[in-house]
Ligand binder design. Structure first.
Ligand SMILES: [Zn+2]
Ligand SMILES: [Zn+2]
Length: 153
């Protein structure tokens, strides 16, 4: 029998307790699967795919079924706690909504993804776009595609 880690045993990322408290305040269910899921996403240094999440949960001894995982992901996206990102793959990746602003670099050969920060952010560009289009810009997403070091070799 697999050992089920209790919620208290888990060492949480700094984001996890806030999110769990928010769920609790909203009267939403705080299940072991939801707790594990949000913590895996909160600790990741890059956006995770569903197989990534399942693998990490399994390593923690949490056997979450795929349907539950998809349902919980959908729930967190709806709560605006998690965002889904579509890169050049069939599957989506997920990351915490409440993170420092950043971008992604994606390998077109092996789909490896890393977070990157721009030295100069795009505020000036956003203003130009607002002037040109009369849009009120709320956010932007920007991804860079290329070959990672391994795939160049
Ligand atoms: Zn690669
Ligand atoms: Zn940016």
């Amino acid at each position: 029998m697999k050992r089920r880690p209790s919620v208290v045993e888990m060492v949480w990322s700094s984001h996890t307790p806030n999110i769990l408290n928010q769920l609790h305040r909203d009267g939403e269910r705080v299940t072991v699967a939801r707790t594990g899921l949000i913590d895996v996403i909160a600790r990741a240094k890059k956006p995770l795919s569903v197989p990534d999440i399942l693998e990490t949960l399994a390593k923690r001894g949490l056997d979450v079924n795929k349907t539950t995982l998809y349902r919980d992901l959908e729930f967190f996206v709806k709560q605006r706690m998690v965002i889904g990102i579509q890169l050049n793959e069939r599957q989506k990746r997920y990351e915490l909504a409440d993170r420092d602003h950043h971008h992604h670099v994606v390998c077109t050969s092996c789909d490896r993804v890393e977070d990157v920060k721009l030295e100069r952010e795009l505020a000036a560009e956003e203003r130009k776009i607002e002037l040109a289009t009369k849009f009120k810009i709320e956010r932007h997403a920007l991804e860079f595609f290329g070959l990672c070091a391994t795939c160049q070799a």
